[in-house]
Write a protein that binds this ligand. Sequence first.
Ligand SMILES: [Zn+2]
Length: 393
Amino acid sequence: MDVMKELGFPEVFLRWIMECISSVTYSILINGQPCLPFPAKKGLRQGDPLSPFIFAIGMEYLSRSLMQLKADPNFNFHPKWLEANLDKSNAYICGVSSDIQQQIMLTLNIPPGGTDCSKKALVAWSHMCLPKTAGGWNIKDMEIWNKAVVCKLLWAITHKKDRLWSRWVDGYYMKGRPIADVHCPSTMSWSLKKIIGCKELVTNVGGWSAVEKDGCFSIKPMYRKLCGDHPKFPWRRLLCNNLATPKSLFIMWIAIWKRLPTLDRLFKWGVVTSEVCPVCSMCSESAEHLFFTCTLSCRVWQKVLDLLHFKRRPEPFGNEMQWVIKSCKRSGSRHKLLGMFFAECICSIWLNRNEVVYNQVCKTPEMLFRQIQFHVASRSSDVLSSTLLNLSR
Ligand SMILES: [Zn+2]
């Protein structure tokens, strides 16, 4: 942390890093029952995507220290100096011509590292930016946010008459006229044209009064108004306030959008030659089959329904989803757990299906069920945990 402070990283960024490395929790299975998560005192999770960056910062500090030390005649390499494992190393080069790249690669004798960015997105980015209630992830649409921020500058021109630059724009271009009557002359600077050009946006959202808070312009309401209203999705209940792991919520979300690359879809695109379910080899693999008509997933979901005391036989995905949505409307720990189990089930079944396709390894329904139960238990609040414990007895 001191090193990063020394390197000039902003305070807020340092807090984020500390949050990432100090909020790690672990949970272990004791006699098949997961214990309550306990916090780790320090360190990142193994394989955390953050660790290479922290490592790079550490290396930067080390190399700077070595630069200082090289003037010291007593400083020398230790005979047992560690050597880099070339089999585990990759070289990443950017910002130089291909000739120089070639030379560096020849000198280093380390295989080049690559980033595979060409994968096609399963769901459009615009869907990700929708509010959670409208079936998205509430991610800021930076283009619209930028417009909202520029509107703040326009507000400053019209309202902040104590600022010198506002007074200059007013005196030079607006000449006391209201902003609606101002036309941009060709001599006006590009940025000022863009700012004045936002006046239509303000009119469209209902004028300044619609986006002012305590007499000041507020970017957030402006952004919301620019985004517009979106119809609420009935399955928002599955995403909102669901304590399941983010990964399983995300896979469930893709499944709901019907975008999981199941074999029936890949077969239609001509990517694969067979659409037979790799798990049961009995019928075509579609989302409807995989959740929960396939023999394996049917047994897993049945175990979940039995555990939560729901008298019901598993049905295809669409029906099951409708039923879970309806059940999630009701209060009570059992219904809350059902939403969590639904997400974890879809995730585990999907990941198991991928294991079958790529590694020809298939878990038993019991193993999958235990894994799902563990994930739910480790994410549950105290109330949900005790309900789960009572139900498991
Ligand atoms: Zn199947």
